[in-house]
Ligand binder design. Structure first.
Ligand SMILES: *[C@@H]1O[C@H](CO)[C@@H](O)[C@H](O)[C@H]1NC(C)=O
Ligand SMILES: *[C@@H]1O[C@H](CO)[C@@H](O)[C@H](O)[C@H]1NC(C)=O
Ligand SMILES: *[C@@H]1O[C@H](CO)[C@@H](O)[C@H](O)[C@H]1NC(C)=O
Ligand SMILES: *[C@@H]1O[C@H](CO)[C@@H](O)[C@H](O)[C@H]1NC(C)=O
Ligand SMILES: *[C@@H]1O[C@H](CO)[C@@H](O)[C@H](O)[C@H]1NC(C)=O
Ligand SMILES: *[C@@H]1O[C@H](CO)[C@@H](O)[C@H](O)[C@H]1NC(C)=O
Ligand SMILES: *[C@@H]1O[C@H](CO)[C@@H](O)[C@H](O)[C@H]1NC(C)=O
Ligand SMILES: *[C@@H]1O[C@H](CO)[C@@H](O)[C@H](O)[C@H]1NC(C)=O
Ligand SMILES: *[C@@H]1O[C@H](CO)[C@@H](O)[C@H](O)[C@H]1NC(C)=O
Length: 795
């Protein structure tokens, strides 16, 4: 056991022996602790906490701590039916114009007639900002240390001034559903600060009450009054005085030693009246106060670590390169270090991704949005909403494979509202049955198109792509009740839409009436009107077909597994007429229905490679010709300038891993950490924080170590040949419900342990096809497993 881990576990006070034993195999602090010698001046350097529904990002200065607070349902306003009245009459004209070959005219017609009205959806907005003003003189502070511990989720700042040490802690508690902050001085009566609570826009009132030791803030969305809410701070101290500031908006603490502040916010999205939600707030805050800090804190750690500890990744030890502060490690990586000298920075990023998922998506919460649950802007980039053409899906890449299936549930709850709204869109935009969602959704599940640019707006696959998560959840869990009650109703309703929206083309294939290859466009070829102009709309793009293939196939699979025959024959008939991916004269996967020239060869999106990941239609195990074409397509995208955002690079890592290109996956990881990760490990997209890359990299790294999408549980399919020579991972999950531990050394598979959770056939592969033994006997063929039994895989 690592002595430092022992000491820290002990210092974390009564950390359960159980957790502590499980953590013994975690490598070092370098893999599990973010720490800094200087304060976070800006939001994008802050260290977040979250309990799924509530989020906080801690930054500010030594003198004044600033905490950006969020509640997942505080958005800008109410539901709006944005389907344009011109859409339904224009729809047949768009299709006819496309079929007539005037591609540019069809594109224009779409942009002027089919887009939503207004073209934008609601946005995620801050709850409030909490300031803790200590008035400390920063130049007198010594031994400043700020950290986020991914083993416990504890967020800490410590420093001393003179002989007094100050400690600030922040922690998110899921079971009690509140956030807690603690401020301490190690010298009696040395704690003075002003606690204030404010909001930049749509602030209805703020009221500090010294006798109840609360600050109550009332606010709402900036657009309308649909989403009014209350946020509240409750302060607890045994010593010192607490008074209200003269303007009645702050609490002034004097001569205290140990002060706790609890936060909750509730509002109109979940409750019918202010009286109801304010009673809920008081109940939660009173429960926290009654429990007391030690219980609140311990419960938060126990709850978090039970999830976080399910997977332990070891990519090797960084030695002294891992012992410097995190900001310097990120900077060193950019300079020269990379995977070979600081492999634990990748482990840290991986653990951070799992931390972020646990902190932004828990049963009962909304799904993680573009920024998880951390946003300080009233009009954040892309509205910090649910972007369905890669980003929301990427958020959930780690959910099943790293054994966090409960974090996936908010997505399925949310899909029910998408389905309801999407039925309205299907009917009023297309006169179609079923449900459809375009490339975005807001908190209301608004499924109408966003923006007026076919490149992304004319994509009708958003809802269908998200629906694939229902299928994956079933493949991992084997939960028939889920398949019958949750998944199949949403999937079959999606198929209903496509039965109306798909048309048979002249080659006998079903294609979308129109679609896009988000978010790229193509040049109209010679021989067509407006040749040379740039167009985003097409019938039967590779992307559309790849999503449809997975959707139909998954629907049939879940139906058969649960003994349901409803709609299966029709789905099979359609599936057989979805055209497989085509290879163009360049040797790449054709992105559009014909060999059109792509407008941006280096486009950030990899929409035509969905079939490799997260889909399963293209795999070297299934068809090497298609796999080679996909590899060429990805290389071409990246060499032309693609992979130029965090999430884009992450997608490349996952696709390379699926194509058994461990070295290319590793070099894209290096590129990610060099260019798109900020000092606090936030993933950046053109300088803007987006959580997708943080969450997605976890799933992408898993694909290098374990795959199970192509009919076999494949161990160590894509290890790099030069970096990360030795390592292990424990606690991953394969489709079929197999718990998998894998170890490798000298860049080669060494051993694995597989535990069957529910029996079933186990087809195995190792490292692309080398021979191996199961429980000492040579593996020849898939075998039946016994639930609860463990199988040793060796060479
Ligand atoms: C589409 O929009 C154009 C321009 O706004 C308009 O002139 C035309 O009538 C619309 N077409 C249909 C079919 O609604
Ligand atoms: C902060 O401390 C420095 C160093 O002792 C001192 O020069 C400065 O005047 C102090 N600032 C204030 C505002 O007290
Ligand atoms: C900050 O805290 C971490 C963990 O306790 C420790 O490893 C690191 O050395 C500390 N840094 C400083 C400057 O005290
Ligand atoms: C408070 O902490 C400081 C810094 O660690 C230390 O020097 C001092 O002795 C402590 N004071 C008390 C009363 O424990
Ligand atoms: C706290 O405030 C009191 C009175 O305002 C003052 O006497 C005391 O020195 C302050 N303590 C510190 C540590 O600043
Ligand atoms: C503080 O709260 C108490 C108890 O609810 C209430 O009686 C009192 O009027 C409040 N004071 C202010 C200033 O709001
Ligand atoms: C199976 O799915 C149902 C419906 O979603 C759910 O209520 C139940 O808890 C799930 N069972 C397990 C073991 O997770
Ligand atoms: C469009 O096609 C015409 C006729 O083939 C050709 O002369 C012209 O150069 C093309 N324009 C572009 C921009 O491709
Ligand atoms: C593999 O895909 C290529 C290209 O679509 C196709 O021509 C070939 O028949 C496929 N091979 C097999 C074995 O399915």
């Amino acid at each position: 056991m690592d002595a430092r881990i022992f000491l820290r576990a002990a210092a974390a006070a009564s950390l359960l022996l159980l957790c502590f034993v499980e953590y013994a195999s975690a490598k070092t602090f370098a893999s599990t602790l973010l720490w800094y010698k200087t304060p976070a001046g800006i939001f994008n350097e802050g260290l977040p906490i979250g309990n799924g529904r509530l989020g906080a990002n801690v930054y500010g200065s030594i003198s004044k701590e600033q905490i950006a607070l969020n509640e997942d349902s505080f958005w800008s306003g109410g539901f709006r039916d944005r389907v344009s009245s011109t859409a339904l009459p224009a729809f047949p004209t768009v299709v006819k114009t496309l079929e007539g070959g005037d591609l540019k005219a069809a594109d224009n017609l779409w942009n002027s007639n089919m887009t939503g009205n207004p073209t934008w959806e609601q946005c995620f907005q801050p709850a409030s900002t909490m300031f803790v003003d200590f008035g400390h003189n920063a130049s007198l502070a010594q031994n400043y240390n700020r950290s986020l511990d991914l083993l416990t989720s504890v967020n800490t700042v410590t420093y001393s001034i003179g002989s007094v040490q100050y400690t600030r802690q922040a922690i998110a508690n899921n079971p009690m559903d509140a956030l807690g902050f603690r401020y301490q001085a190690n010298s009696t009566g040395s704690l003075n600060f002003t606690l204030s609570f404010t909001r930049g826009q749509a602030l209805r009132s703020v009221n500090a009450n010294a006798s109840t030791r609360t600050i109550t803030l009332r606010g709402g969305g900036t657009l309308d009054k649909t989403l009014e809410f209350t946020a509240k701070l409750k302060l607890v101290t045994q010593t010192g005085t607490v008074t209200a500031s003269s303007d009645g908006t702050s609490l002034v603490v004097n001569g205290a030693t140990d002060v706790q502040v609890y936060f909750d916010g509730e509002g109109a999205f979940r409750y019918s009246s202010p009286a109801t939600w304010e009673a809920v707030i008081d109940n939660k805050l009173n429960a926290a106060v009654t429990a007391g800090w030690n219980s609140f804190y311990q419960q938060a750690i126990t709850d978090y670590s039970a999830l976080a500890s399910r997977v332990v990744l070891d990519l090797g030890n960084s030695g002294s390169n891992g012992e410097v502060e995190t900001r310097a490690r990120v900077a060193n990586w950019k300079k020269n270090n990379h995977l070979s000298t600081d492999p634990e920075l990748l482990t840290l990023l991986y653990n951070y991704g799992r931390f972020a998922l646990i902190s932004s998506s828990r049963p009962g919460s909304l799904p993680a949005n573009l920024q998880g649950v951390w946003n300080d802007q009233f009009y954040p980039s892309w509205s910090s909403k649910y972007t369905l053409n890669i980003n929301l899906e990427m958020n959930y890449w780690p959910a099943e494979v790293t054994n966090l299936p409960e974090t996936h549930l908010p997505l399925f709850d949310f899909m029910k509202s998408m389905q309801t709204r999407g039925q309205g869109v299907a009917k009023s935009m297309y006169g179609a049955n079923g449900w459809v969602c375009h490339h975005n959704a807001d908190i209301w599940g608004d499924c109408a198109p966003v923006d007026s640019n076919t490149y992304w707006s004319a994509n009708t696959m958003g809802g269908a792509w998200v629906s694939l998560h229902l299928i994956e959840h079933y493949r991992f869990s084997g939960n028939n009740t889920f398949a019958t009650n949750i998944a199949l109703p949403i999937l079959s309703d999606s198929l209903s839409f496509f039965y109306d929206f798909l048309i048979l083309n002249d080659r006998g294939y079903y294609v979308t009436s129109y679609g896009a290859s988000p978010e790229n466009a193509y040049l109209v070829p010679n021989g067509y009107p407006s040749n040379g102009s740039v167009v985003g709309i097409d019938q039967g793009t590779a992307h559309d077909r790849q999503v449809l293939y997975e959707l139909f196939k998954g629907f049939i699979e879940l139906s058969q597994a649960t003994g349901s025959t409803a709609g299966v024959a029709k789905a099979q008939q359609y599936l057989s007429k979805i055209e497989p991916p085509n290879i163009g004269t360049t040797g790449y996967i054709l992105e559009w229905s014909k060999e059109f020239t792509e407008n941006e060869p280096g486009h950030r999106h990899l929409s035509h490679l969905l079939a490799v990941y997260p889909g399963a239609q293209i795999s070297p195990l299934l068809n090497q010709t298609l796999a080679n074409a996909a590899l060429g397509s990805l290389n071409h995208r990246l060499s032309s300038g693609g992979g130029n955002m965090g999430w884009s690079r992450v997608w490349a890592v996952a696709i390379y891993a699926r194509l058994f290109q461990g070295d290319l996956a590793a070099s894209s990881i290096t590129n990610l950490l060099t260019n798109y990760i900020s000092s606090n490990l936030f993933d950046l997209n053109g300088g803007v924080f987006q959580i997708d890359g943080n969450l997605g990299i976890v799933g992408a790294v898993c694909e290098m170590l374990l795959q199970s999408h192509a009919g076999v549980v494949h161990l160590a399919p894509s290890l790099p040949t030069t970096t990360l020579p030795t390592g292990s991972v424990t606690g991953l999950v394969a489709r079929g419900g197999f718990a998998v531990d894998v170890a490798w050394s000298n860049n080669a598979f060494s051993s694995a342990t597989i535990k069957s959770s529910r029996g079933g056939t186990l087809a195995l592969g190792v490292a692309g096809g080398i021979s191996f033994k199961v429980n000492g006997a040579a593996y020849t063929t898939p075998f039946n497993t016994v639930a609860g039994q463990t199988y040793q895989i060796t060479l």
